[in-house]
Write a protein that binds this ligand. Structure first.
Ligand code: XIL
Length: 370
């Protein structure tokens, strides 16, 4: 079992005691097992993770950690086009249904990822977008998928990563296959189709590179994103949230200050909720031993969440995985020293890391602030 016994000292609390820290500082709910979902709920949030169906099916200890800690489930890959659409005439819901079955076991709703993205599009669909009826292709896909999971997927990343300033359009839109086929109207087409298919689902636009106050292109991207959101809201397009992916950088100062807070305020003032949907910390280039690396990662989680959770519109926090045992960073951001990466709240042995305490403390801090 992964849940620590009441009163038991975790490695973290033992370390804190050894370091002379009062225990109460080491663990926010002394003698309570760590339950991130419960702490999040008290703070008016849902906490969850992205999963692959095969991990929770083949690894009962990992599955029980997810069941203990999460009350929102995202499919890391199973709802993407290349997973759902072997060819034009068929849907393959097998993997997505397995994620949905696990969410049911967890008694947790799902956050859906994602209906429109410039990646993970099968070749046949790229071809269709160029030579077939792109609008029908998009609307049919969204209608079928959103209807199937209505009531289970409560919120959707309808559009993922629509902004790419390097594509040099005045509106900042990425020249994705969707854009090339349908023009800027593809966002509205997608959002309206999703809303028609499930009027209760909350619909989000998700993007990366909105987090840091001291990275020029990110600050500019915030402005571009705000213009995009404002335009959609002004036209009455159904849109309920902005999702920050939250892929944070281990080798960059945690510059999540007044700029981020002001950006989130502006987003909220449009009547939009804020989600964090892919939170992790790239620890590829962090130097030091494991304890030092974990402290840096935990501090980045803490500082990011302090600002994001201070914004009342923030409703969801999803980490892109839960344990370092299963993280796409292993492939996408390996360390030069070949040491295993440690981007997530729980280590590869499923024990809470300082980052888990950062999440717990951030949730508890929000509750305390009311
Ligand atoms: C990643 C998955 O984690 C990988 O397993 C997959 O091979 C590629 O996609 N932004 C997103 C996510 O919106 O869908 C990506 O997920 C990570 C970056």
């Amino acid at each position: 079992m992964t849940r620590s016994r009441p009163g038991a000292q975790t490695p973290l609390t033992r370390r804190a005691v050894a370091a002379g820290l009062p225990l109460a500082l080491a663990t926010p709910a002394l003698a309570q097992p760590l339950r991130l979902a419960a702490l999040a709920q008290r703070a008016g949030l849902r906490y969850g993770t992205a999963i692959e169906p095969q991990t929770v099916e083949s690894d009962p200890a990992f599955a029980s950690l997810v069941l203990d800690q999460c009350d929102l489930i995202t499919a890391e890959n199973a709802l993407k086009w290349n997973a759902l659409r072997p060819d034009r005439d068929h849907f393959d819901f097998a993997a997505a249904d397995r994620v949905a079955a696990f969410a049911r076991r967890a008694r947790a709703p799902m956050h859906g990822h994602t209906l429109v993205w410039h990646e993970a599009i099968p070749d046949w669909a790229i071809h269709q977008l160029r030579s077939g009826d792109p609008r029908a292709l998009l609307v049919d896909h969204i209608t079928t998928v959103v209807r199937r999971y209505a009531g289970r997927v409560v919120s959707w990343d309808v559009i993922n990563e629509p902004v790419e300033r390097n594509d040099r359009r005045p509106d900042g839109l990425r020249k994705s296959p969707w854009f090339e086929a349908l023009g800027p109207g593809y966002l509205e087409i997608a959002l309206r189709a999703a809303h028609a298919a499930d009027p209760n689902a909350r619909l989000a636009i998700a993007d990366y590179g909105l987090e840091y106050d001291d990275i020029g292109w990110m600050v500019e991207k915030r402005g571009t994103m705000l213009d995009l959101l404002r335009g959609l809201k002004a036209r009455g397009v159904p849109l309920h949230a902005l999702a920050l992916q939250g892929h944070l950088l281990g080798d960059h100062p945690p510059a999540f200050g007044a700029g981020l807070a002001a950006f989130l305020r502006e987003v909220a003032s449009l009547g939009l909720a804020i989600y964090v949907t892919e939170l992790d910390v790239n620890d590829q280039n962090i130097l030091g031993d494991i304890a030092q690396r974990d402290r840096v990662v935990a501090d980045i989680y803490a500082r990011f969440l302090r600002t994001v959770l201070a914004e009342p519109a923030t409703q969801i926090v999803v980490t892109w995985g839960l344990s370092d045992r299963y993280t796409s960073k292993t492939d996408f951001a390996p360390r030069p020293d070949h040491a295993p990466v440690r981007p997530l709240p729980f280590d590869a042995d499923l024990r809470p890391k300082p980052a888990a305490r950062s999440l717990a403390a951030a949730f508890s801090g929000r509750t305390a602030r009311g």
